[in-house]
Design a protein around this ligand. Structure first.
Ligand SMILES: [Zn+2]
Length: 87
């Protein structure tokens, strides 16, 4: 498990509990930030991925960044714009 902030090695640091049960927590040895191991894809990430794909589709349909952002909710116009530039 690598630190998601600086990609250095992490050490186990207890557990945290959420609705899905016990989650191993990790502490980064170099930046001291804590992260949890939710597996490779968390719900949030999947959700985000879906939104990116949806945003691209809507953009192709000719919608503006503001329209896409308001349609998908939770995301800002800036992030839609950033995704587009990556394509
Ligand atoms: Zn770190």
């Amino acid at each position: 498990m690598r630190c998601k902030y600086c990609y250095n090695k992490t050490i186990k640091s207890g557990y945290r509990y959420n609705t899905r049960g016990k989650v191993q927590r990790y502490k980064c040895k170099s930046c001291n930030k804590k992260s949890s191991n939710y597996g490779r894809y968390t719900y949030r990430m999947r959700n985000r991925r879906w939104k990116i794909l949806e945003a691209i589709k809507l953009r192709k349909q000719g919608l503006s960044y503001a329209e896409i952002a308001s349609k998908l909710g939770e995301i800002s116009r800036q992030s839609v714009f950033r995704w587009m530039k990556k394509q």
